[in-house]
Write a protein that binds this ligand. Structure first.
Ligand SMILES: Nc1ncnc2c1ncn2[C@@H]1O[C@H](COP(=O)(O)OP(=O)(O)O)[C@@H](O)[C@H]1O
Ligand SMILES: [Mg+2]
Length: 262
């Protein structure tokens, strides 16, 4: 359970940290992270996206351009605080810590530190955000381990595709290892089916398989293949601003309701 922080005037900060992970590339991690985060912020929560991917797709998607500090500085430099690296996004109430190509080198640099798994976690204490969503690279290296170590839970996008569950097993080994050795409170927040095409037989078959394998941990809401979702990143605006009446936008609204438990 996330830490609840009571502030003067009885405001409660939920401080829930969630990693979005799947070591396969192109399964919709960044799409899920950015769009879920923006709809959660629309509900009035303070939300932060942390971009831990050297490709920095989430940063671009959220309209981040010029920035002094990135997640790489946050990981490598003890003097850099979270607030030094946070920038506002194109969505009100949603901030981002930008990713950078330098994360690849940062990942190697921190290997000298015996506490290397905890470097991100230390920077997220009392963040002041209700929800922190961490976007991860397509690998199970030290960046993803840092994210899992800092998190309450992991949210797993599963592309509705042949062999969809194969890669998930590998991810679950890493999640199990982190839970056992480093972060016992880590839980699976759920699986989200992405790039779902309901007219396609393969989609239906894979969906059935995934639901049989992971049961109630699979969200009812699915994210459809949607051209507006494909185009939104190039416009540097989440779907809620780019095309708020699209199928993709409605799907994310439903997912957000389900995610928040309403
Ligand atoms: N539901 C969707 N419908 C259409 N295109 C999508 C959808 N989700 C993601 N995409 C596109 O597919 C590509 C991969 O998605 P992305 O979220 O970047 O995956 P990952 O972060 O796992 O690598 C991107 O170009 C993205 O814009
Ligand atoms: Mg990505």
């Amino acid at each position: 359970m996330a830490e609840l922080i009571f502030k003067p005037g009885n405001t409660i900060i939920i401080n829930m940290i969630i990693t979005v992970a799947n070591q396969k590339g192109g399964v919709g991690k960044t799409d899920l992270c950015v769009n879920l985060a923006s709809y959660i912020s629309l509900k009035g929560s303070k939300v932060l996206v942390i971009d831990l991917d050297p490709q920095a797709n989430a940063t671009e998607y959220l309209g981040g351009r010029e920035f002094e500090k990135t997640t790489s500085d946050l990981l490598v430099d003890d003097r850099v605080k979270l607030s030094d690296a946070v920038i506002p996004s194109s969505v009100k109430g949603l901030d981002v810590v930008p990713g950078s190509q330098r994360l690849s080198a940062a990942q190697v640099e921190i290997m000298n530190d015996p506490g290397m798994q905890f470097r991100l976690k230390r920077k997220l204490k009392n963040s002041g955000y209700d929800y922190v969503l961490i976007d991860t690279p397509p690998s199970l290296g030290m960046l993803t381990v840092n994210a899992l170590t800092a998190s309450d839970s992991v949210l797993i996008p599963v592309q509705v595709h042949y062999l969809a569950t194969k890669g998930v097993e590998q991810l679950m080994n890493t999640v199990g290892m982190v839970k056992k050795e480093i972060n016992p409170r880590l839980s699976v927040r759920g699986y989200v089916l992405t790039m779902h095409d309901k007219r396609n037989n393969l989609t239906r078959r894979v969906e059935k398989e995934v639901r049989e394998a992971y049961g109630r941990e699979v969200f009812d809401s699915v994210i459809p293949v949607n051209v507006d979702l494909a185009e939104a990143p190039r416009n540097n605006t989440p779907i809620m601003i780019y095309r708020k009446e699209s199928r993709g936008a409605y799907a994310y609204q439903r997912l957000t309701e389900e995610f928040l438990g309403g």
